[in-house]
Design a protein around this ligand. Structure first.
Ligand code: HEM
Length: 508
């Protein structure tokens, strides 16, 4: 009994000291930054959906400068917005930072059989990337150009109905319908986006960050008992597993009946067909990637296909819809830029159908989309890396397991990089070769940089150009009574406007 009385306080003091030690990690190293609270660090600030963490990070950058640190539970993050450090992180020191920042509740990327392109690291990532890349080649994009156009035309019909009599519409919802139609595997298209992105899981990252050793255990329970907060995730996952299994069964049945494979219907087909011919020939330059032998398969397993389709849905649907809706807002508030863009579209896209080659001639449209993503780099949660080998980033010694997050919002509007008009919407700046130089150097990263740059970037551009061209040939975006200026931004994984109401005026 007396031993117990001694043991319990000792354990409690040990745990307390451990958490306080972690909490003051950056202070002890002389790196500035917000402290937050014991045990949870800055989690209460970074998990607020009503004030997205990227805006919060931007505020802290103003306060602490381009390099600072904070803790979220036991997760130690270094935040950077210095162009040279960004380039070093993503490109020069890729071998030291090849993992992405993950919460322990997301599982171990080395062991999870459903580990996907977004979370995987090392050889496994290389293999998934090589296999997935074949679905984003020019040829593949050309093949789906028609599907993307069908979705755009369908949306235009829908817009026609809803704007009858001069009614205002919320472009955010319309853009989401469009991108879901393009990206959603057929069985997911009817699913409410709230189910996929419903914001009811604030406690899950918190538990994972504060109690990493028990993350596997919590994960197991949350997947067993949906009411604990993972109901939406479980539903999406089950629907995807059924969809993939049904498609495999259908293919087997067709093969038995001598029916040949047709054109791919969606990502499930693309992934079932995808293979990487050079997967077995990846020579690794260092020991960290050497766990290669168990993954030398050229094709994806069923679990991997489920993981890939789910991550493509999550990474590709909302991001592209948001980017589109920000563009419509910026065009409505900058009519002279909209007119110039309409002139380009009228000139280059004269036939009813818009081809892949015509889309590539829309140079001013490229500038508008680039500039939109400079001012609204909505998907920057992904612009992070995990330190896999101890190194130095600038003057800071970075230990294995430390996360490095780029504050993209500050980087993209830094007057030292972009000039005094950094906060203005000026697509013309992209006609100056200096802007592309900034991109090469790491100052413009809406799609990240280096080997892990967004794999869906070209698909996103294609979708956006297709929809904007179809709409702008017929309508002009105009500010309406309900348009919020400036937009009110919310969100956690992505930064989104609460709504993008506007009027679509028929052109003469
Ligand atoms: C405007 C639309 C989009 C934006 C702003 C965006 C943004 C990003 C960013 C910032 C990253 C991190 C890159 C890095 O770490 O260097 C990323 C990665 C990724 N994105 Fe996108 N994305 C968009 C569209 C898409 C689409 C359409 C898809 C798929 C169909 C997609 C799938 C992915 C995947 C799988 C990754 C992880 C790549 C890897 O680690 O190898 N994204 N995206």
């Amino acid at each position: 009994m007396s031993i117990l009385l001694l043991l319990i306080p000792t354990i409690l003091i040990g745990i307390l000291s451990y958490y306080l030690w972690l909490w003051t990690y950056w202070r002890r190293r002389g790196i500035p930054g917000p402290l937050g609270y014991p045990f949870v660090g800055v989690f209460p600030q970074t998990l607020k959906s009503e004030y997205p963490q990227y805006l919060q990070m931007r505020d802290w950058t103003k306060q602490y400068g381009p390099v600072y640190g904070y803790t979220e539970g036991t997760i130690k993050s270094l935040i950077v917005s210095d162009i040279d450090l960004v380039h070093e992180l993503f490109v020069k020191q890729y071998d030291n930072f090849y993992g992405r920042k993950l919460n322990p509740i997301q599982g171990d990327p080395e062991k999870d059989p459903r580990s996907n392109l977004f979370s995987a690291q090392g050889f496994r990532w290389k293999r998934l990337r090589a296999i997935s890349s074949s679905t984003f080649t020019n040829n593949s994009l050309r093949r789906i150009n028609l599907t993307v156009e069908d979705s755009a035309v369908e949306l235009l019909r829908h817009i026609e109905e809803k704007t009858a009599g001069g009614k205002e519409i919320d472009m955010l919802q319309f853009c989401q319908d469009f991108t879901m139609d393009v990206i959603g595997c057929i069985p997911m298209r009817q699913m409410d986006s709230q189910i996929i992105f419903g914001d009811n899981r604030k406690h899950i990252p918190l538990i994972g960050g504060v109690f990493p050793k028990f993350a596997e255990f919590f994960r197991f329970f949350m997947l067993k008992f949906p009411f604990l907060g993972a109901a939406n995730f479980i539903h999406v996952n089950k629907t995807m597993i059924n969809a993939v299994n049904n498609r495999i069964a259908q293919r087997e049945k067709d093969a038995e009946n001598g029916i040949e494979l047709g054109e791919p219907q969606d990502f499930i087909d693309l992934f079932l067909d995808a293979r990487a011919d050079d997967v077995e020939h990846f020579g690794e330059s260092n020991g960290d990637f050497s766990k290669s032998t168990s993954y030398s398969n050229r094709q994806l397993t069923t679990s991997e296909i489920v993981g890939q389709c789910t991550v493509f849905l999550i990474a590709g649907f909302d991001t592209t819809a948001l980017s589109l809706s920000y563009s419509t807002y910026l065009l409505a508030t900058h009519p002279e830029i909209q007119r110039k863009l309409q002139e380009e579209v009228d000139r280059e896209c004269q036939n009813p159908e818009i081809t892949f080659d015509q889309l590539s001639k829309l140079k001013y449209m490229d500038c508008v989309i680039k500039e939109t993503l400079r001012l609204y780099p909505l998907g920057t949660l992904a612009n992070s890396r995990r330190c896999m080998r101890a190194t130095k980033l600038g003057d800071v010694e970075v230990e294995v397991g430390t996360m490095v997050q780029v504050d993209t919002w500050s980087l993209h509007t830094d007057p030292k990089i972009w000039g005094d008009d950094a906060k203005e919407f000026k697509p013309e700046r992209w006609t100056n070769p200096d802007a592309d130089q900034i991109f090469q150097k790491g100052g413009y990263i809406p799609f990240g940089l280096g080997p892990r740059q967004c794999i869906g970037m070209r698909l996103a551009y294609m979708e956006e150009k297709m929809l904007l061209s179809h709409i702008l040939r017929k309508y002009s975006f105009e500010i309406g009574k309900k348009t919020e200026i400036p937009l009110k931004l919310v969100g956690r994984a992505t930064t989104q406007p609460t709504s993008v109401w506007m009027q679509l005026k028929l052109r003469n």
